[in-house]
Design a binder for this molecule. Structure first.
Ligand code: GDP
Ligand code: K
Ligand code: MG
Length: 296
């Protein structure tokens, strides 16, 4: 029997459940999940392996109208992948109406030859009759080779989705070892964990103008401790105050939550040091965008 492999790009509006789905398929936490939009800024590759296939997932940033340099980078990076992969998965949230964002993506996809499947996620939140209507509506767009309804969170029909995806893979090599679920360097994952905690702890007070730069990850020679130092960049002095909090309490909470998750990731004790710095309008400065690792 031949070995099948290939690359799959999962696209769709923020919060439709792309990361949750990839995690449900791969079975481990590889991408950061948040109920706030646009947590996933980097292309995180997750790898699904079984006896006769390997599927490499590219979790692209949410596609939206570019408002600044960072937005442009994200859209470009996402667009580039469309033509390079073996399969495109467009995901929608079945509890939401088809919006202008969806229509824009569909328009964009029309010119792309890569096979496309529509995944209708969160079917645990709707009635069957409504699901049928949604499927008919998207079917009418005439660009999807298949439509697969799932609930990533409740693990419904995920197995079917895996089999459908496998049908689009071609004879190919095993790109990654079986035990590897992500090729992202540790610092990117650590940075995303810290960023996720900042967003979590600051609620809506601090918008998405936060970036985390990992200055150091180093294992101590004599002890089983990993030292991590991170700088949290924000856009305004007032944001800095919010992130640090009264008597530094909020930053402490962020640091503790992040440290615990990083310890679980490394399976080792972690000493995490964080600094908060202000860089005004960093999102509009191409250099900073590059420095923070959002390379194309
Ligand atoms: P992404 O931005 O597309 O990667 O979306 P996420 O995977 O981060 O998910 C966004 C939110 O939707 C999270 O709160 C998830 O827990 C939730 N979610 C994802 N899949 C499902 C699902 O099948 N059912 C329900 N009810 N919620 C889901
Ligand atoms: K998200
Ligand atoms: Mg995501």
């Amino acid at each position: 029997m031949s070995f099948k492999s290939g690359f799959v790009s999962v696209i769709g509006r923020p919060n439709v459940g792309k990361s949750t789905t990839i995690n449900a398929i791969v079975g481990e936490k590889v991408a950061i999940i948040s109920d706030k939009p646009q947590t996933t800024r980097n292309k995180i590759q997750a790898v699904y392996s079984d006896n006769d296939s390997q599927i490499v997932f590219i979790d692209t940033p949410g596609i939206h109208k570019p408002k600044n340099k960072l937005g442009e980078f994200m859209v470009k990076a996402a667009n580039q992948t469309f033509n390079e992969v073996d399969l495109l998965i467009f995901m929608v949230d079945s509890s939401l109406q088809m919006g202008p964002g969806d229509s824009k993506i569909i328009e964009n996809l029309k010119g792309i030859k890569t096979p496309k499947i529509l995944v209708v996620n969160k079917i645990d939140t709707i009635e069957k009759e409504d699901l049928i209507k949604i499927v008919e509506k998207y079917h009418g767009k005439g660009i999807f080779d298949e439509i697969v309804p799932i609930s990533a969170a409740k693990n419904r029909n995920v197995e079917t989705l895996i089999n459908v995806i496998k049908g689009y893979m071609e004879d190919g090599p095993k790109y990654f070892p079986d035990d590897m679920v992500t090729d992202q360097p540790e610092r990117v994952i650590v940075s995303e964990i810290i960023r996720e905690k900042v967003l979590l702890y600051t609620e809506k007070e601090v918008p998405h103008g936060v970036a985390v730069d990992i200055e150091r990850i180093k294992k101590r020679k004599e002890k089983d401790i990993i030292d991590v130092s991170a700088v949290i960049y924000c856009e305004r002095d007032s944001h800095k105050g919010i992130i640090i909090g009264k008597n530094g309490r909020k930053l402490k909470g962020i640091g503790k939550a992040a440290r615990e998750e990083i310890e679980a990731l490394f399976g080792s004790k972690v000493n995490l040091q964080t600094w908060v710095k202000v860089k005004e309008n960093w999102r509009d400065r191409e250099n900073y965008v590059k420095n923070f690792g959002y390379r194309q």
